[in-house]
Design a protein. Structure first.
Length: 277
């Protein structure tokens, strides 16, 4: 079971969950989720002898902060320092993956490994999209302009959980309920308007030689799937895996497929075998 924690850092209160002990594995959530997306993985790595950690970034989950100047990178560094974590393996999904990349470029000595899931990256150019994807993108933009939170949540659920070209409602049950709870909470929060944006990581991605596992869902936006192949060629010690039948959040949708990949990677980069093996 995971345990909650809370950290007071300057004027912000960061909430998180943790389990286990040993080599730290820090999970960074997607921009449509919060720390709860990683509960299954935290329990899995804890059972394998690692210390699993996830926290809500500013503007997400239960973390609270005034709308002041901030940097997600500096926040991550401060959270790690508060937890007395010098180095860790970082697992980031989507925007969380971009943060993991930014952290690795700024702190290579603190990064033992990277797992990037449906990752974004600062400075990446979105290519020309095919008509069927443009139709989805235009619908997302139109509903966002409406300000109807429930409608935005429904469209986001289709795009990011089901997959943009999949049937709406493909993913059902507790996973769908959890996604809409996490994303709905984000949509109802006040925007954090004073973020200090990072440098263009895309221009420096070849500098990363940290072992990296790049995971994409087969049903995700095609340019995101393709990005993982491109990054695996530019990053010296990276390899890419596509999980069939999943979209932008394969770890949430199919932990039975994602977790073995994660645990195998952790064993490889740390030399620590799963105690159940």
């Amino acid at each position: 079971m995971t345990e909650p924690f809370s950290l007071e850092i300057d004027d912000a209160t960061f909430t998180g969950i943790e389990a286990g002990e040993g080599i730290p594995v820090v999970f960074l959530h997607a921009g449509v989720c919060d720390r709860r997306m990683w509960e299954n993985q935290i329990e899995a790595v804890a059972a394998a002898g690692f210390w699993g950690i996830a926290y809500d970034r500013r503007g997400f989950g239960d973390t609270t902060s005034p709308d002041e100047g901030f940097s997600h990178l500096e926040d991550l560094e401060a959270v790690l320092d508060a937890l007395d974590v010098h180095a860790a393996v970082f697992v980031g999904c989507s925007m969380g993956g971009a943060l993991a990349i930014d952290f690795t470029l700024a702190n290579p000595e603190r990064t033992a490994g990277l797992v990037l899931v449906g990752t974004s990256i600062s400075g990446a150019r979105v290519p020309s999209l095919p008509p069927e994807i443009m139709q989805i993108a235009n619908a997302m933009e139109a509903v966002e302009e409406s300000g109807d939170v429930d409608a935005i949540n429904a469209v986001d659920t289709h795009a990011w959980l089901d997959g943009p070209l999949s049937e709406s409602g493909r993913v059902k049950g507790e996973v769908r309920v959890l996604f809409q709870a996490m994303n709905g909470n984000i949509l109802r929060k006040s925007d954090m308007t004073r973020e200090d944006k990072p440098e263009r990581a895309i221009d420096h991605i070849g500098e990363i030689d940290t072992p990296a596992l790049l995971v994409a869902g087969e049903l995700d936006f095609p340019h995101i799937v393709n990005r993982h192949d491109d990054l695996s060629e530019e990053m010296e010690n990276a390899f890419a895996v596509v999980i069939e039948g999943t979209a932008h959040l394969p770890s949430l949708e199919r932990p039975d497929l994602f977790n073995p990949l994660l645990l195998e990677f952790l064993s490889m980069v740390t030399g620590q075998a799963d105690p159940e093996d």
